[in-house]
Design a protein around this ligand. Structure first.
Ligand code: ZN
Length: 160
């Protein structure tokens, strides 16, 4: 089955930067599942997946504009260390989750003191050109509930 709007796609990916350094991979776990055509994944990757079939593998280079957006200046904030979630001790360069009015957000730790930390609110992948190695594992029609929610349910998708 081919990938098109309103189908649920399961895929494995390895995310690398321009120099080929691996940043993230789904290998060794469940493939990621998403509802195609609903902006659930970054634009550049969704566009590259359009029309691909089960079993296909490919690589795509995604610019910041089609990825996580450009890096913006002036997004460094000082927050209490106890508000950082995801680890017990923090070092510069680590990624933490912070609760905001818009829900949890990933930040990059820049400086850590005893009580306060400077964190960068840019998405950790903002401003970066990304290379995705992708293998399409499964393509299926979405069920009506998935369509009404706008995302995939079940293995690799949304559990709620
Ligand atoms: Zn749902």
């Amino acid at each position: 089955m081919e990938i098109q709007k309103d189908r649920v796609v399961s895929f494995h990916y390895t995310l690398k930067d321009e120099d080929g350094k691996e940043l993230e991979t789904s290998r060794g776990g469940e493939p990621l599942a998403y509802l195609h055509g609903h902006g659930n994944i970054v634009d550049g990757l969704e566009e590259a997946l359009e029309g691909k079939s089960e079993g296909e593998s490919f690589s795509v280079t995604v610019s910041p504009e089609k990825g996580y957006g450009p890096r913006r200046e002036g997004l460094v904030q000082r927050v209490p260390v106890k508000h950082l979630q995801g680890a017990k001790t923090w070092k510069p360069g680590m990624i933490a989750a912070v609760q905001t009015d818009q829900g949890p957000r990933q930040v990059v730790v820049q400086k850590v003191g005893r009580f306060m930390a400077d964190v960068d609110l840019n998405h950790p992948m903002a401003g970066r050109t990304l290379v995705f190695d992708v293998e399409v594992m499964k393509v299926r029609e979405a069920d009506p509930e998935e369509l009404s929610h706008g995302h995939a349910h079940g293995d690799g998708g949304n559990h709620h």
